[in-house]
Design a protein around this ligand. Structure first.
Ligand SMILES: [Zn+2]
Ligand SMILES: [Zn+2]
Length: 316
């Protein structure tokens, strides 16, 4: 099979042996796969991952239980053990023994055949396009905030960052009824939100406005300081950026203002699939390129360009 393999220094499209799925696993043939900032971080050494990259996919089950063969699916990327205390609480995303597709100890999605545990599969409704379904994983990460923080119709929120995740988070909070301002640097990106009726502004224009919920999705180490400046006393900061560099912080503001700080990573796929099927979020506008898988190396370079939007690989 073809696979985009990272050997620790370079990512190349190579021939690899077909994976042999263990019992309880199946083989998914990707139709479309998304390149994520996490993939680009891995190229810089994040997680010390070596192997086939990729974790955002929609594909067709080609080997596995009869009931799943031929179905169009997305797959939860955390492969949990199923019987530790985290798994018993339904938190397989926090299983200490987990492997993670294309990120930690498990083959990734940028290949012709991808092994996935059957229990991680979710069938994609027919009304959702492949291109939209490829956003299920990052959109689930945006929905995770609603699992962690109570968001209601009067929640005042500020979303910092207009990258792909920031745009998804802003739309999810807006759909949940929050009264929010999305803050970013790129007028064309913010325009995607404005078309859906969201309020946006630049950091300068934000002035001294504050909100009880601030989501930090800037991807920059400076984002946390900014979030502290615009959260109200007793408010909550949700951290979405996985910044690899350590940062220096004065924690006294958190203590004095009794701010809650919530780390937030992967989420459940079902709410994301439902939102895509209902058209509650616009993900299509986030796609800048759909590139045939044969040109995967070029696609990685495009995704790494400054200000790049979502680059999708097509295996169809
Ligand atoms: Zn991702
Ligand atoms: Zn477990």
């Amino acid at each position: 099979m073809r696979a985009l393999y990272f050997d620790g220094s370079t990512a190349r499209l190579v021939e690899r042996p077909e994976p042999q799925p263990p019992d309880g696993w199946c083989i998914v043939r990707p139709r479309v796969a998304g390149i994520c900032n996490t993939d680009l971080e891995i190229l810089r050494g994040y997680m010390a991952f070596v192997g086939v990259l990729g974790h955002e996919l929609v594909g067709t089950v080609v080997r596995g239980p009869d009931a799943w063969i031929g179905k169009r699916v997305v797959a939860d990327i955390n492969f949990a053990c199923g019987h530790c205390s985290a798994c018993e609480r339904g938190l397989g995303r926090h299983c200490a023994l987990r492997t993670v597709m294309g990120i930690a100890g498990a083959q990734g999605a940028f290949a012709d055949s991808v092994p996935v545990p059957v229990c991680n599969l979710h069938e994609v409704p027919a009304s959702v396009t492949d291109e939209d379904a490829a956003f299920c994983e990052p959109l689930a990460a945006a929905f995770e905030i609603l699992e962690q923080v109570h968001v209601h119709a009067r929640t005042r929120a500020i979303v910092l960052g207009d990258g792909k995740l920031g745009l998804l988070v802003a739309q999810v909070l807006h759909a949940a009824g929050a009264d929010l301002i999305a803050v970013g640097k790129h007028p064309q990106k913010l325009a995607i939100l404005e078309r859906r009726g969201l309020c946006t502004c630049s950091l300068d224009a934000l002035g001294d406005r504050r909100a009880e919920l601030v989501v930090e999705a800037t991807g920059a180490a400076s984002g946390f300081e900014q979030a502290l400046r615009c959260v109200t006393p007793r408010g909550t900061i949700v951290l979405k950026s996985t910044v690899a560099d350590p940062i220096n912080l004065h924690l006294s503001r958190i203590v004095v203002d009794e701010v809650s700080v919530v780390g937030s990573r992967c989420g459940l796929f079902q709410p994301a699939l439902r939102a895509l099927a209902a058209g509650a979020v616009d993900v299509a506008s986030l796609v800048s390129h759909v590139i045939p898988f044969d040109r995967a190396e070029e696609a990685l370079r495009l995704a790494a360009e400054r200000g790049a939007m979502k680059v999708l690989l097509s295996m169809r």
